[in-house]
Structure formats: C-alpha cells, structure tokens
Write a protein that binds this ligand. Structure first.
Ligand code: ADP
Ligand code: ASP
Ligand code: MG
Length: 418
C-alpha cells in the first residue's frame, strides 16, 4: 500500500477536490491511505477564530459564518443535491465546534487552539470522502484522533509511537482507500484533540507509512517537487530530481518549508521513499527522496526564513559565557518555546537566532535581562545556503547589512537586517 498526502493548496476549492480524485485515478492505486489537510487557508482562519474567542472580540460570529460559507460554497459545486447526507455530516461538526465555544471555560490558549483548529481537517476529509464515494471510489473515512496518540503539549504535541503503532495496527486496513486527517492527534490521558505543529500533515503521512510499512509516500504540492530554493523568493530555481534523506532532513530542518522537517526520519528508518510531486502535473516525476542517492542535479540550495529574531547576550558580572550561563539560556529558550536556528558564542558573548513561533519573545527577554546584557534585533532574515560557491555567498551579501555569518561544513548561514 501507499500513502498520499494532499495539502491545503491542493484542496482549496471544488476544482482541487475533483483534481484529487483524478490523481488517485491516474495513479491506479487501490490500497491507499489518503491524508488531507484543511482546505485552503482554513487553519489560519480558525486561528483567527481562537484569538477572537479568547479576546472576546465581536468579530467571532462573522468569522464563524465565513468558515461555514467557505465550505458550503465548495460543497454546492460538488454536491448539487442539497439534501445529500454530507451537508448534515458537516453541519454536525459546526454544531460540535459551536458547542465547544459555548461550554468551554478554559482560557488556556494552546488547549483551546487544538479543540477548535481540528475542525478544518475534520470537515475537509468529510467532503473529500463523500465526493470520492459519489464518484464511485469506495473509501472509508477515518478519525485520525483514534489512531495518533500524543502527549498533551497542545499545538506541538509529541507522538507516542508505541501506542500509535498499536492503534494503527488494530484499526487501519491496508486494503482499499482510507481518507483521514493530517495534523491531528489526541492525548493519551484525556483524549482531547491535539495538533502536531503547523504544516504537520506531511508528518502524519510519514507516521502512517512507518506504522503500516508502506511502499512509498507521495506528497502532492503546488510546485514541481523540491527545488533548490523557494520559488516565491528566488528566480531560476532548479528541480532536484533525487536527494538523499540526509540532504532532505538538512533542507527541511533549516526551513525549506516544502517538507515538514519531522517527516523524514521515520521514512528513513524504514527506507520508505518519499515522492514530492505537482498536483498540477501529476504525471511528472517530481522529486524522489531516498537512501544514499546523490544530489541530482549537483547544485547549491538556498533557504530563506523571514521575521526571525537575533538575540545577543553578554554577562553583567564579568563571568564567561560558559556551561553555567549557556545551560540557563537554553533552559529558558526551551521554556518559552523558541525554535533555535543558529548559535554563536565567544568568551564573553552569546548570540542566538530564533523563530518566535509562539509569540513568547517579550517573556523570554524579560527573563534574560535579569541575568545578562541583552540586545535584540527582530525582523531579521536568516539565509541558509548549502553546497554554495564563495561567489554565490558574496552575491547574496552584497549591499546588505550582515549581522552574523557562520560556516559549518557545507552549510553557510547568514543573518541579515533587511
Ligand atoms: P501544502 O499545500 O502541502 O501545505 P506548502 O505550501 O506547505 O504545501 O508547501 C509548498 C510550498 O513550499 C511551495 O509553494 C513553495 O513556495 C514552498 N517552498 C519552500 N521551499 C521550497 C523548495 N525548496 N522547493 C519547493 N517549494 C518550496
Ligand atoms: N492545516 C494545517 C496547517 O495549515 C496542517 C497542514 O496543512 O499540514 O498548518
Ligand atoms: Mg500547508
């Protein structure tokens, strides 16, 4: 069996859902786990609903209406008969969401977030599953929360692999077509909905592939495959036909957002190939990520992360930046959920470039200022370049304010103030 994953862009409208069906048809696969994300930008929209709800903002009602209308318009184009049972199925999810918002008393943002945001995937998969069924593609809809078991670290939940393996083995058939949600899980203790981190549906596909020993995973994207740079920011990008797991792990880790970084290691462990293909041109080969294959073509790869934060610290008490200071700094970075991108230290200074994913920067800075002299540059851009020629690095830095540069093996990282 194989695993297919369709992201938000591929199912952003009715045409996208029809195209998904076409891709399954063309593939000729009959034993498939199909992992689907929320439609279009619905996860962002649900994030807005969470903020309005907790902030007691008047926009909440209209945001919920927009959420319903978005799906309703897609359904009207896929199911002309408005008494089709799918309308009722989806309505049940709206009712559950609204019931949660009315009865919940918790103000814990991350918990509320996961209980609300999960409806994006629950609804998208309900629509996709019903459409495939109508079109003669027999399938079963699976609530992924009954399979993927996590801890209760809401918004960034950690998978309990043993329990998940057990539940997938017990509940998921490798025969036929199963439609399920990306990104979601549920916590072991209370069975609350959890999420695996933004863009986590690629990871869900890898979890199923690992637990079911799939032949391959294909993630269908709006790009031809993995390119040597994000085409939104760079011209003349090149398609990477083949890359190794190790190369893909490095690229994803440094921020090539075409593959979620957690996707690759489970696949590598079982040597399950990952294909990254275009949902617009499904017959094209795309990129194959596999074991020990050489980077083809052999080219430099560029990764850009905007809106990062560079924090520079020095001690207030003449102490050196050694084990004691650095261990405290890392404890606080972890406590305030900063993603560390890059560190550099000398005897008396320590610089760290972080991604302020969970908006906890002010709390972190307040804590650091109790112990260190702190300077902070926010809104900086981090470039990571792999396999680059010196001339390419020079060209990148030309006319820019470089705050920090670091080179390790084949990877150059540069923090730039734009
Ligand atoms: P999904 O629909 O699965 O959520 P994403 O939008 O997360 O897909 O990923 C596809 C996007 O990733 C592309 O539109 C592209 O802008 C971006 N991207 C970033 N780095 C790369 C890269 N190296 N190669 C291809 N695409 C990239
Ligand atoms: N819908 C989620 C998100 O937008 C997960 C995903 O699409 O991978 O982050
Ligand atoms: Mg996405």
């Amino acid at each position: 069996m194989k695993v297919f994953k369709f992201g938000g862009a591929s199912v952003k409208d009715a045409e996208g859902v029809r195209n998904l069906k076409k891709i399954i048809d063309i593939s000729g696969e009959t034993n498939l786990i199909v992992v689907v994300s929320a439609m279009g930008k619905m996860t962002n929209h649900l994030e807005g609903i969470v903020s309005s709800y907790l902030g007691k903002n008047d926009d909440l009602g209209s945001q919920i209406m927009e959420f319903r209308e978005y799906h309703h318009n897609i359904m009207l184009k896929l199911f002309s008969n408005q008494s089709h049972p799918v309308y009722n199925e989806v309505r049940k999810f709206y009712a559950k969401l609204e019931n949660f918002l009315e009865t919940n008393r918790s103000q814990k943002h991350a918990y509320v977030y996961d209980q609300v945001v999960c409806y994006g995937e629950l609804i998208s998969t309900t629509i996709v599953s019903a459409f495939l069924q109508d079109e003669g593609l027999n399938n079963s809809w699976l609530d992924v929360r009954s399979c993927i078991v996590t801890d209760a670290n809401f918004r960034d939940a950690k998978v309990d692999w043993e329990k998940t393996q057990q539940r997938i083995t017990e509940n998921v058939s490798v025969k036929g077509i199963t439609i399920t949600q990306g990104f979601l899980g549920s916590d072991l203790e209370n069975n609350f909905s959890t999420t695996l981190g933004r863009e986590g549906s690629d990871y869900t596909a890898a979890i199923f592939a690992y637990c079911l020993n799939a032949d391959s995973v294909t993630i269908w994207k709006d790009v031809p495959g993995v390119l040597n740079a994000d085409p939104r920011y760079f011209g003349n990008t090149r398609l990477l036909h083949n890359i190794s797991y190790t190369e893909a792990i490095e690229l994803a880790f440094y921020g090539a957002s075409v593959i979620h970084p957690k996707t690759l290691q489970p696949l590598q462990r079982k040597e399950i190939p990952l294909f990254v293909k275009s949902f617009l041109n499904p017959e094209n080969a795309g990129t194959c990520v596999g074991k020990g294959v050489a980077l083809n073509p052999d080219t430099s790869c560029f990764i850009l992360k905007r809106d990062q934060v560079l924090i520079s610290l020095s001690s207030l008490d003449f102490s050196f930046m050694m084990e004691d200071n650095i261990s405290d700094i890392f404890r606080w970075l972890h406590e305030f959920k900063m993603k560390v991108e890059l560190i550099q230290n000398s005897a008396i200074s320590f610089s760290v470039c972080v991604d302020n994913k969970f908006n906890r920067l002010d709390d972190l800075l307040a804590r650091l200022k109790e112990r260190f002299k702190v300077s902070c540059n926010d809104g900086v851009t981090l470039y990571t370049v792999r396999h680059a020629k010196p001339s390419e690095i020079d060209a990148l830095m030309e006319n820019k304010t470089v705050l920090l540069k670091q080179e390790i093996h084949d990877t150059v990282q540069i923090v730039i103030k734009e």
